[in-house]
Design a binder for this molecule. Structure first.
Ligand code: PYC
Length: 314
């Protein structure tokens, strides 16, 4: 029987499953090499942990690894129901909460290595977590794409640790009651971007689609709906999506350095974001949110279970 220990948390409603046990067979290497190896050689571990029957389309796994950099406390590779992620804001907030629960860190600043760079996390005494994310930037401004059934949709292409298309064109209010229609709409945008050959820098696939609108709660500045690569919508305001949005606002001169933007998700959870200017037109985003622990356990793999390695999407 294979046994894998984990701790679950959620950050603003979006789940993170921190995998504590080493995955058998994972060779050493840089985080980028190990991210590639997880997909290429050990993908069944990803689907076993993140997919049904143990996980769900919304589950983000966080494979906890020894640090790569001398000053870091940990390294992590994030993954979901269809693949791996470069960075994950809500997942890093969940990871920090989990490391604190395990007694491995206390309040203060901690460096965490990810495949797209080292991020700094600050655990506040009140339990909030701030992430100094990787440098973020807007790559293309107000690109037009023809979306079948919806006409021309315009949006920015931006990097915040993952690639995003960010649009204010939405056929429906960003309310939870419309999640199915919003999912279909954003999935159609993603397909249209791919068909039109609209990509991020160096030909990277744009696999996250973010819609923005006015907030429902007057205490906040904006509301979003974010489609993740596996076609689940982010229950949280999406840390990397907020980072990409900050880069766009900075490029438009619509948000000053240090000014706080309160972004609410489609379920009403809130992350705060701000930035400091970086090099070459990039911004250094700071995302603040909170995670709560939700489960601790051991995944079991029985040799004769036909669905032991997860139910993969066709
Ligand atoms: O918070 O960055 C994030 C994220 C990415 C995918 C789901 N959540």
């Amino acid at each position: 029987m294979i046994e894998i220990d984990y701790i679950d948390s959620h950050s603003g409603g979006e789940p993170t499953r921190v995998v504590l046990s080493p995955l058998p067979g994972m060779a050493p290497g840089t985080l980028q090499q190990r991210r590639a190896a997880l997909l290429r050689d050990h993908d069944r571990w990803r689907s076993m942990i993140a997919c049904e029957p143990r996980g769900s389309d919304t589950m983000v796994g966080a494979l906890l690894l020894p640090p790569e950099q001398p000053d870091s406390v940990a390294a992590v590779i994030f993954f979901n129901n269809v693949g791996t992620l470069g960075m994950c804001g809500h997942g890093t907030i969940g990871l920090v909460r989990t490391l604190a629960h395990l007694g491995r860190i206390g309040p203060g600043r901690h460096a965490i290595d990810t495949p797209v760079g080292t991020v700094s996390a600050q655990l506040h005494a009140d339990g909030r977590v701030s992430i100094d994310n990787v440098a973020s930037h807007r790559s293309q401004r107000q690109v037009a794409v023809e979306v079948p059934g919806h006409g021309t949709v315009r949006g920015d292409v931006a990097w915040g640790g993952n690639w995003f298309f960010i649009s204010s064109d939405t056929p429906l209010p960003l309310r939870l009651t419309h999640w199915r229609e919003l999912t279909r709409y954003t999935a159609a945008i993603r397909d249209a971007l791919a068909s039109a050959g609209i990509r991020g820098d160096a030909g990277a696939e744009i696999d996250h689609i973010e819609l923005n609108a006015a907030p429902l709660d007057a205490a906040n500045d904006a509301r979003n709906f974010v489609l993740c690569p596996g076609l689940a919508y982010d229950r949280s305001p999406c840390g990397t999506g907020l980072s990409a949005k900050l880069a766009c606002l900075a490029a438009d001169g619509a948000l000053a350095a240090g000014q706080v933007l309160r972004m609410e998700s489609v379920i009403g959870s809130v992350f705060e974001g701000s930035f400091t200017p970086g090099d070459a037109g990039r911004v250094l985003p700071r995302i603040t949110g909170r995670a709560h622990l939700s489960a601790q356990g051991r995944l079991l793999v029985e040799a004769d279970d036909p669905f032991a390695w997860g139910i993969a999407a066709p």
